[in-house]
Structures are given as structure tokens and as C-alpha cells.
Design a protein around this ligand. Structure first.
Ligand SMILES: [Zn+2]
Length: 70
């Protein structure tokens, strides 16, 4: 069973699991507001991290991440 987690930042969409292609670092992202939660962060709490900051901090761009399919 895959339980859906509502984005606690915008409450407009469900979180999806992504990972970086090279380092395989998993993270959750809201497709609506692009808020992200790193592994170990509580996805039920609001986050202050956005995809743009994350990509910049990892030195990668959009094509450096991929959606995890389970
Ligand atoms: Zn959101």
C-alpha cells in the first residue's frame, strides 16, 4: 500500500518520490510548489527547502533528477 502524503506547504498536491541520478539521493517533492523534503526530514512538517536551492546545492539541474517508480 502506497499512502499518499499531502504537501504540508501548499496543501495542493501529493508528494512524489524523486532521486538524484548520479548520487541516488532520495527526496520527496511537491509537483505543485516544488517544495522538497530530504531523507530524514519529517514530510508532515512544513519545509523551507525548494527544488531550485537543492539543485544548486548539489550542482545539478532538472535533468539530474529522476522520479522514483515503485
Ligand atoms: Zn506543495
Amino acid at each position: 500500500m502506497n499512502k499518499k502524503i499531502l504537501c504540508s506547504h501548499c496543501e495542493q498536491d501529493w508528494l512524489e518520490l524523486f532521486m538524484t541520478r548520479i548520487s541516488k539521493e532520495p527526496f520527496h517533492m511537491c509537483p505543485e510548489c516544488e517544495s522538497i523534503w530530504l531523507e530524514g526530514q519529517d514530510v508532515h512538517d512544513d519545509t523551507e527547502m525548494y527544488l531550485g536551492e537543492f539543485l544548486e546545492s548539489r550542482g545539478i539541474s532538472w535533468d539530474g533528477i529522476t522520479k522514483c517508480t515503485t
